[in-house]
Design a protein around this ligand. Structure first.
Ligand code: PAF
Length: 279
């Protein structure tokens, strides 16, 4: 596995793969890889034999009061995991991935509104901008993202469509721990008590979905079922809980199987966790 530290090194490796007739897949990450990321690698490899994983903790998607400096980093472990999963290139640029005085941004204006977009102003501008930079740097055929970050996925799909990007966006299902907690790099920062509290997040989503599927589908009733589970867990501080249309992530009045999705963000201690579940 090659470790590329800058765009020319990455492009040379991708050009050699193309010359050998291989399609190229990119899995963008912020590192601290876990089994969820590796499932993205597997999906990417199933569609494109030459796989690039990028590891870059993107400063522009963190707010001033957020956890950029304390975001977990584990490069040696990331390298070992990528090697073990058959990754061809680990692209790990430095802070100079952004040119000095960088002043060009990608702003999606519809699906980025509300939910995380409301609570993390500027977050999706940073995500869309860095993802476009990564796609340009790699010139990949496919790029793979996880459904755990459902709003991010919607923003990236919309950007790819609106800007005619020559890339196919693949999505992988949310990877979960045995107790249902969605896998996230931030989970490793949880204390044992916070980790136990965090398990109430998927339980809340499942309770709401069970109610919706039993026929009681008005928004308030469905959300109340999830609220009750979260309220019973003093170790969690809810940021938002929403029922939305799966198509555009706008608030939905009814929970409709196959058409609606539940989305949640909550803090366990200082760690912010997100999750979602289709009704
Ligand atoms: O999902 C992530 O890890 C990041 O938001 C991404 C897509 C790598 C952009 O920095």
């Amino acid at each position: 596995m090659l470790i590329a530290r800058n765009i020319p090194e990455l492009r040379a490796a991708v050009a050699a793969a193309r010359a050998a007739g291989k399609q190229v897949g990119l899995v963008p990450t912020m590192g601290c890889l876990h089994e969820g990321h590796l499932s993205l690698v597997d999906l990417s490899r199933a569609h494109a034999p030459f796989t690039v994983v990028s590891v870059f903790v993107n400063p522009t998607q963190f707010g001033p009061a957020e956890d950029f400096s304390s975001y977990p980093r584990a490069f040696d472990e990331d390298r070992r995991l990528c090697e073990g999963r058959g990754v061809d290139v680990l692209f790990a640029p430095g802070a100079d991935f952004y040119a000095p005085g960088h002043s060009t941004w990608v702003t999606e204006e519809t699906v980025s509104q509300g939910l995380c977009g409301e609570h993390r102003p500027g977050h999706f501008r940073g995500v869309a901008t860095v993802v476009l930079k990564l796609l340009n740097a790699c010139a990949c055929d496919v790029a793979t993202f996880g459904r755990k970050d459902l709003q991010q996925l919607a923003v990236i799909r919309r950007m790819a469509r609106d800007l005619d990007l020559p890339v196919r966006i693949l999505e992988a299902p949310t990877s979960r721990e045995p107790d249902g907690l969605a896998r996230s790099s931030r989970n490793r920062r949880l204390s044992p008590a916070e980790r136990a509290a965090a398990a109430a997040i998927p339980r809340a989503l499942l309770a709401a979905r069970a109610l919706a599927r039993s026929g009681s589908r008005p928004r308030d009733a469905v959300l109340a079922a999830a609220h009750a589970v979260i309220a019973a867990e003093p170790g969690l501080r809810l940021q938002y809980l929403e029922l939305a249309s799966a198509g555009d992530l706008r608030p939905a009045a009814l929970a409709e199987p196959g058409k609606s999705v539940l989305l949640v963000a909550a803090f366990a201690g200082a760690t912010r966790l997100i999750d979602n579940l289709e009704v």
